[in-house]
Design a binder for this molecule. Structure first.
Ligand code: TMP
Length: 211
């Protein structure tokens, strides 16, 4: 494999995507592939500042449209500074969340009209879509339970503290995205155990990226 690739891991908070990304990256490195692990928001120095603004529970006044634009600003910076150069140099870029998260959370979750940002998406996102998106599908109730165990009920950030309805809508958003983009999306059953999921992720890489 000479070319790089861009692979994203998506799903609602607590679905297990970060664990699977780490396991996949470890496996790919053991197999001798150049790998870059990255995430959104916050995959660049500027993005880390944006992330602090986005996730600070004190920022209750952040307007939904401002929130969307901050995620997009983080994404453009990340693409230009990190993702595209790494992919061009032959690296496998594994990214924890990308634009599907904005469609699911800001579009479906908050109910924002994303047509206002259509030209930004057309110019910056559409030409640089992932080669593969692994969606970990886990019911929101189970995801929230996992999050509470992981972070503690008092440690939730601004988005973690959203209503159950918000996560239900975001979950429905991911389901619709997966259905609308079968050439790019693979749905994985997030209720499976970590090892079973890892083997499925490995199979996806073998079939779709490394062959
Ligand atoms: P993380 O916990 O996966 O790092 O993501 C931080 C939060 O940001 C998470 O609750 C999902 C949310 N998010 C959006 O709402 N829109 C986006 O475009 C992205 C990338 C993340």
């Amino acid at each position: 494999m000479k070319n790089g690739a861009f692979v994203t891991f998506e799903g609602i908070d607590g679905c297990g995507k970060s664990t699977q990304l780490e396991r996949a990256a470890d496996w790919l490195e053991t197999e001798g592939f150049p790998v870059l692990r990255t995430h959104e928001p916050g995959g660049t120095p500027i993005g880390r500042k944006i992330r602090r603004v986005l996730l600070d529970p004190a920022n209750r006044k952040l307007c939904p449209d401002s929130e969307l634009l901050l995620y997009l600003a983080d994404r453009i910076q990340h693409l230009q500074e990190v993702i595209l150069p790494a992919k061009a140099s032959g690296t496998l870029v594994l990214c924890d969340r990308f634009h599907d998260s904005a469609v699911a959370y800001q579009g479906y979750g908050r109910g924002l009209d994303l047509t206002a940002t259509a030209s930004i998406v057309q110019n910056h996102i559409i030409p640089n879509l992932p080669d593969l998106t692994l969606w970990l599908d886990l019911p929101p109730k189970m995801a929230l339970e996992r999050l509470k165990q992981l972070r503690g009920a008092n440690m939730l950030d601004r988005l973690d503290s959203e209503t159950p309805g918000f996560f239900q809508r975001a979950q429905a958003g991911f389901a619709e995205l997966a259905q609308a983009n079968p050439e790019r999306f693979v749905r994985l059953d997030g209720t499976s155990d970590i090892e079973t999921l890892h083997q499925q992720v490995v199979a996806c890489f073998q079939d779709r990226i490394l062959s």
